[in-house]
Design a binder for this molecule. Structure first.
Ligand code: NDP
Length: 342
């Protein structure tokens, strides 16, 4: 079997030499374990954090350790009564051709839907968008929502769920093609290309035009320039589910809580939260899986009937995973980034 391991901790953006492809003998499942041949695995922004040795909500990948990932594949050997050879399953198998896990850490897949959906629209990212919007965004018809990384699996779920609940939806996306997708495929009411705006005040003007009644929910995926642009446009009693801030992931040390030198802008932020009485809620989706069955019950039928759109960006081959991951951090992916294994 093959595995992609962490060879070095990146300084800034990851590069080829931070990864190493290794060959290993195929594991033999012990009592209660299941061996899977992977068909695909997921690349997600959180994996950049796992490459750093900074204190965070999850332990880093050790040097020489297998890069973490959720994957889907076919059971090829089982020492558990819960799985038989040929079953399709999801588990955290890592960036690898095969994986062996205890059966209680795996989930059998519904074979009526493409298995890749368990990595995106019906997997962790889709669930993140649904949970953050419905539980923390508390959307109400007639309100306005803004989300960036809008054509990705989190943002596209947030946009479609908000639209279905009667909100005006404004997408922020990187480039004209992604803006067109946001409008045409995901039904956003407006889409703004953040690359077309050099600074936050120019971007703010464009967002203000697209959100003439102000912003009630800003679903935070990216931080940086977009957050700067949005903050003054928030309405009283606005909600900000803080999901991610990908614009800072390559800065590394931010994960440890370090604050960069510079003018103290904290009073502006706290004052905005105070006077507008906003709710700002950070969340880590792995702590909310008790809600996952509710999510699947609501959303799986929408995917099956085509009422909910999703987009996947497939790259083939384990050896191409590092480049695809680097692209994801720079916005080169168009839709959910998946690595397919042949
Ligand atoms: P995407 O597939 O949407 O990929 C990331 C996208 O982020 C890129 O395609 C790019 O889109 C955008 N981006 C990258 N750099 C910047 C930048 N500097 N400024 C603005 N946008 C940028 O990712 P996901 O949908 O999987 O994840 C979205 C966010 O949700 C991430 O921050 C992720 O970490 C977070 N997340 C949080 C979870 C939690 O438990 N809290 C769980 C899952 C995800 P574009 O080209 O359109 O700008």
């Amino acid at each position: 079997m093959q595995q992609m391991t962490l060879a070095a901790r990146p300084v800034g953006a990851p590069k080829d030499s931070d990864f190493a492809l290794v060959e290993k003998p195929l594991p033999i499942p012990a009592e209660g374990e299941v061996l899977v041949r992977l068909h695909a695995f997921s690349l997600d922004p959180y994996m950049r954090g796992r490459m750093d040795d900074a204190k965070s909500y999850a332990a880093p990948v050790p040097i020489g350790g297998v890069m973490e990932a959720g994957g889907v594949g076919e059971v090829i050997a089982s020492q558990s009564p819960h799985f038989t050879v040929g079953d399709m399953a999801f588990g955290m198998f890592g960036w690898a051709s095969h994986g062996c896990l205890p059966a209680n850490q795996m989930r059998k897949l519904d074979d009526t839907l493409p298995t890749s959906t368990a990595l995106g629209v019906l997997g962790m990212p889709g669930f993140t968008g649904w949970y953050g919007l419905t539980q923390l965004g508390r959307p109400k018809a007639g309100e306005t929502l803004v989300v960036a990384a809008a054509t990705g699996p989190v943002g596209s779920m947030v946009g479609q769920m908000a639209k279905a609940r009667g909100l005006r939806t404004v997408a922020i996306a990187g480039g004209a093609d992604k803006c067109a997708l946001a409008l045409e495929k995901f039904g956003f009411d407006a889409a703004i290309d953040h690359h077309a705006h050099e600074n936050a005040s120019s971007l703010r003007k464009a967002i203000a035009e697209a959100a003439p009644k102000g912003i009630d929910i800003y679903f935070e995926n990216v931080g940086g320039k977009v957050f700067e642009a949005v903050l003054p446009l928030m309405n009283t009693f606005g909600r900000i589910p803080v999901c991610g801030m990908i614009s800072g992931y390559n800065a590394g040390a931010l994960g440890g809580g370090a604050v960069a030198e510079g003018p103290d802008r904290l009073p502006v932020l706290w004052r905005s939260i105070l006077v507008k009485q906003m709710s700002v809620n950070g969340f880590i989706i792995s702590n909310h899986y008790d809600e996952y069955p509710t999510f699947l019950k609501e959303v799986a039928p929408l995917v099956a009937t085509g009422q909910l759109a999703y987009l996947e960006d497939i790259v083939e081959g384990l050896e191409n995973a590092p480049r695809a991951f680097m692209g994801l951090l720079e916005g080169r992916n168009i839709g959910k980034q998946i690595v397919k294994l042949t």
